[in-house]
Write a protein that binds this ligand. Structure first.
Ligand SMILES: [Zn+2]
Length: 231
C-alpha cells in the first residue's frame, strides 16, 4: 500500500514553511519509481526557495516489499514508547490466522535513519539476511581493530556493485572510508556458526532493531566462544 500526502514542514536552516510531499507507507515492489527516489534520497529531499539550501527529511514511513517480504519502519530518533505503539499496531492489524501467518512470514525491522533504510533494502535486494550482515560487520571490524588506533570508526555500511561484488564500507571521522570485500564463503560461515543464536535473538513479534548493538550482544552471549565473545 502506498499512501501519499502533502505536509507543511520547516526548513531546518531558515525555518521557512515549505510544502513537502511525504508518504505514510510505500510498497517498494509495486512502486519502482519511488524506490529509485528512496535509493538516491530525492524522496526525502526538501529544497528551500527562501535560503536555497537542500535538506533531507526522514519523515516517518512504513516501507514494504511484497516480493522480498519485508516491512521496514523509518522513524528518525524514535523512543521505546513510539516503537511499542508500532509493535502493537502490527499485532492488532493481523485480524485472523491467515493474516497472522502473512505477518509472521515478513521480516519486520525498524530503523532510525535514511542510511540504515537504504542498507536494509540493498541487503534484501542481494537476497541476504541483514542479521548475518550485522554479525559479519562486527567480526570484520574486530579483525582490523588493531589497525584502527587513533581513528574513530563512525559506522560500517554494507554495499554491493551491479557486478555482484560485496563489501563493507568503514566510515571514519578523521579519514576517508576504507573497504573490506566480503565473499559468499565468509557469509555462509557466519550464517552457519550463529544460526541458532540468530534465531534465539530475533523477536517473534513487533519490529526488530537489527543493528551493530544487536550483533555485539549476540556475539557476546554466543556459546561459540569466538574472538570478541565471552572469554
Ligand atoms: Zn531555508
Amino acid at each position: 500500500m502506498t499512501d501519499m500526502k502533502t505536509e507543511v514542514l520547516e526548513c531546518p536552516y531558515c525555518k521557512e514553511k515549505l510544502e513537502k510531499v511525504t508518504f505514510d507507507s510505500i510498497d517498494l515492489a509495486k512502486e519502482p519509481e519511488l524506490k529509485k527516489l528512496v535509493m538516491n534520497e530525492e524522496l526525502f529531499a526538501m529544497n528551500c526557495e527562501k535560503c536555497g539550501k537542500k535538506s533531507l527529511i526522514a519523515f516517518p514511513c512504513l516501507f514494504s516489499d511484497s516480493e522480498k517480504k519485508f516491512l521496514i519502519w523509518l522513524l528518525g530518533g524514535y523512543t521505546e514508547e513510539e516503537k511499542a505503539v508500532l509493535d502493537k499496531d502490527l499485532i492488532d492489524s493481523a485480524k485472523n490466522e491467515s493474516e497472522k501467518e502473512v505477518a509472521a512470514s515478513y521480516n519486520k525491522r525498524i530503523v532510525g535513519s535514511i542510511n540504515e533504510l537504504k542498507e536494509k533494502i540493498i541487503i534484501a535486494d542481494d537476497d541476504l539476511d541483514d542479521r548475518v550482515i550485522e554479525l559479519l560487520k562486527v567480526l570484520c571490524v574486530n579483525e582490523v581493530i588493531d589497525q584502527l588506533m587513533g581513528v574513530t570508526l563512525r559506522e560500517v555500511r554494507y554495499n554491493s556493485t551491479s557486478a555482484g561484488k560485496k563489501f563493507l564500507v568503514l566510515i571514519f571521522d578523521e579519514k576517508s572510508p576504507s573497504m573490506i570485500e566480503i565473499n559468499n564463503q565468509m557469509y555462509k560461515t557466519v550464517k552457519n556458526m550463529f544460526g541458532e543464536d540468530i534465531k534465539q535473538n530475533t523477536p517473534k513479534e513487533g519490529f526488530a532493531e537489527i543493528d551493530a548493538m544487536w550483533a555485539k550482544n549476540v556475539i557476546e552471549n554466543s556459546t561459540k566462544g569466538l574472538p570478541g565473545g565471552k572469554n
